[in-house]
Design a protein around this ligand. Structure first.
Ligand code: ARG
Length: 571
């Protein structure tokens, strides 16, 4: 990448000047009107050499190999400024045009990563609290892959908890399972509507009625012990529910390599308990099996991790620990990362500590919880329906389609569900990903859906516009040349985009990439407004423009692919 080329020249000069092995690095200029890159390292270098910083910087600049691409100069007190000549800009642009990675280098060290995101709960309707995980997870997966990691995605469905017993018991009490439990009547078809009614009803009853709750716990245990007919009925419930979850994730553009759930780790639970007991980590507290995980000097109280309830049932932490054991026997990832609500931080701290203490996770393995913030309403509180209920994912998807359709209509595009979904989802994703992952943000769909400004639809619109110009061009592009600041700014925006892939990878973030993608789209819009492209008379210039469009198209496509934003056919 461009940065390395400049650093190489600088460091060759450092060596030539006899200033030792210390390496200088550069960053984007904080004053772009003065230069493109700057090096701040001469202060530290001069200090180790016991020399005057300005003199060190000047000597380095004087000794840089002569070239016609970069202009180096010293600014007081001891900065080295670098300006790229038009020759360098054009050369870089033409290189990226030929490179399928658009000039972005892979990360040197490739790791095997297991990404745990999605996390929908079987038998419960997906709701807004589950929305950020598939959005962030899908993009991080794509970013890691693009940067050279081997990534496996696992949806890790919540399918082994109390909601199973609650739902099944409710269906039973409503007389819908007599075929299985009493051999009466004909086999019923378990439907989504039945589940959507049963779980909320049971969940409310559980809070008001202790004996119902106890019974549901017993049913959950029967399911976990694979007792019949509890287990077979459970599997039917799971199937209906998973079908719906798959549909929703598909609409959101989240794809998974594994459709495992907590239940898939069930067979590892006994082994987890044995490992913990053999290591002397387990103790009984009020009948339950627990592991102490608090560390000395810790300020926040850290309760012990609950491994087995008094009745023998497994808990949320148990299935997560068992899943790590399973993953380490099958995939052996270098890192396992969880894209889960930040409010589950305590849970993951407990799980990770149990795994490290017991050796279930080897010392070298990185276990990371990427806790995301909450989607709030305009009142700054978690986004709710008008009546104060949690918003169902299904309703959000419908809302996205409705609002995007209205926008399209005002642009003269007739109703097209697929297209509206593409745009609505893009709006939501960009609105989400352009924030810091760990921060709360306000879910403001009208703002996210604007076709102008920092939004997903604006990026899509830019890409669509480029595609439509290119479709009309009936000639190939030529070498990219620099005619004005419009091209210079586009190519510099590409440098920033390239470097944002790398910095986002290092920081496990996506907001920098969102911004850099927007900046590229904005510089393109300026170019587009200032120039006639297909009607340009000068052939060399016209062909340069066509190539420039191809380059922007490629770079945008790379970024939008990582952001998991589709490029529509029309808008
Ligand atoms: N099902 C969980 C929930 O709804 C999320 C699962 C997150 N992943 C995990 N490995 N614990 O809260």
């Amino acid at each position: 990448m461009i940065k390395e080329k400049i650093e190489k020249l600088l460091n060759e000069s450092v060596k030539k000047c006899g200033f030792g092995e210390q390496k200088l690095s550069i960053s984007f200029s904080s004053r772009p009107e003065m230069c493109d890159f700057q090096c701040n390292g001469c202060f530290a270098l001069a200090k180790t050499l016991g020399k005057n910083p300005f003199e060190v910087a000047s000597t380095i600049v004087d000794n840089i190999e002569k070239n016609d691409k970069f202009v180096f100069s010293v600014a007081k007190p001891a900065f080295i400024n670098v300006v790229l000549t038009d020759k360098a800009l054009a050369e870089e642009a033409n290189l990226y045009l030929e490179d399928e990675r658009g000039g972005v280098d892979k990360h040197a060290k490739s790791e095997k990563v297991l990404l745990d995101y999605g996390g929908a709960n079987v038998a419960k309707a997906l709701h807004i609290g589950h929305l950020r995980s598939p959005i962030i997870g899908e993009s991080l997966k794509r970013l890691y892959k693009f940067m050279g990691d081997e990534v496996i995605s696992d949806v890790h469905l919540g399918d082994w908890g109390l909601q199973m017993g609650l739902t099944e018991l409710q269906l039973f009490e409503d007389g819908q399972l007599s075929f299985y439990f009493e051999g009466k009547g004909k086999e019923p078809k378990i439907t989504l509507d039945m589940l959507n009614e049963a779980y909320p009803k049971a969940s409310k009853r559980k809070d008001a009625d202790e004996s119902f709750k106890a019974k549901a716990e017993e049913w959950t245990l029967n399911i976990q012990n694979k007792k019949e007919p509890y287990y077979s009925v459970y599997k039917k419930i799971r199937e209906v529910s998973v079908e719906q979850i798959k549909k929703h994730y598909h609409e959101l553009g989240a794809n998974f390599d594994y459709w495992y759930g907590e239940s898939d780790a069930a067979d590892y639970i006994d082994r987890v308990v044995k490992i913990i007991e053999d290591k002397g980590l387990a103790r009984i507290s009020e009948g339950a099996l627990v592991v102490d995980v608090a560390e000395e000097g810790e300020k926040k109280p850290m309760p012990p991790a609950l491994i087995r309830k008094q009745n023998g049932a497994a808990l949320y932490a148990t299935t997560d620990i068992a899943t790590i054991l399973m993953r380490n026997e099958t995939d052996k990832p270098d890192r396992i990362e969880y894209i889960v609500d930040g409010r589950q931080d305590l849970h993951f701290t407990q799980v990770f500590r149990v795994c490290k203490k017991s050796g279930i996770s080897p010392e070298s393995q990185k276990l990371v919880h990427m806790g995301y913030g909450t989607m709030n309403g305009s009142d700054g509180k978690p986004f709710k329906t008008r009546s104060g209920d949690t918003v169902k994912l299904e309703d959000i998807i419908n809302l996205l389609i409705e609002k995007a359709s209205a926008k399209l209509k005002s642009n003269g595009v007739e109703f097209d569900r697929e297209l509206a979904l593409q745009i609505g989802v893009a709006a939501m994703k960009f609105g989400d990903l352009s924030n810091y992952i760990e921060k709360d943000y306000v879910f403001d769909l009208d703002k996210f859906l604007a076709f102008e400004g920092k939004t997903g639809p604006y990026l899509q619109y830019t890409a669509v516009r480029i595609n439509s110009v290119l479709a009309k061009a009936n000639e190939k592009g030529g070498a990219i040349k620099i005619y004005s600041d419009d091209e210079r700014n586009i190519i510099k925006a590409i440098f920033k985009l390239q470097s944002s892939f790398e910095s986002c990878y290092k920081e496990r973030s996506l907001n920098g990439l969102c911004l850099a993608t927007y900046d590229l789209a904005a510089t393109f819009s300026t170019f587009y407004n200032n120039n006639r492209i297909l009607s340009e008379k000068d052939e060399t210039k016209r062909k340069s423009f066509i190539s420039l469009l191809n380059l922007v198209k490629k770079e945008l496509a790379l970024a939008l692919n990582v952001l998991a934003i589709d490029i529509p056919k029309k808008m």
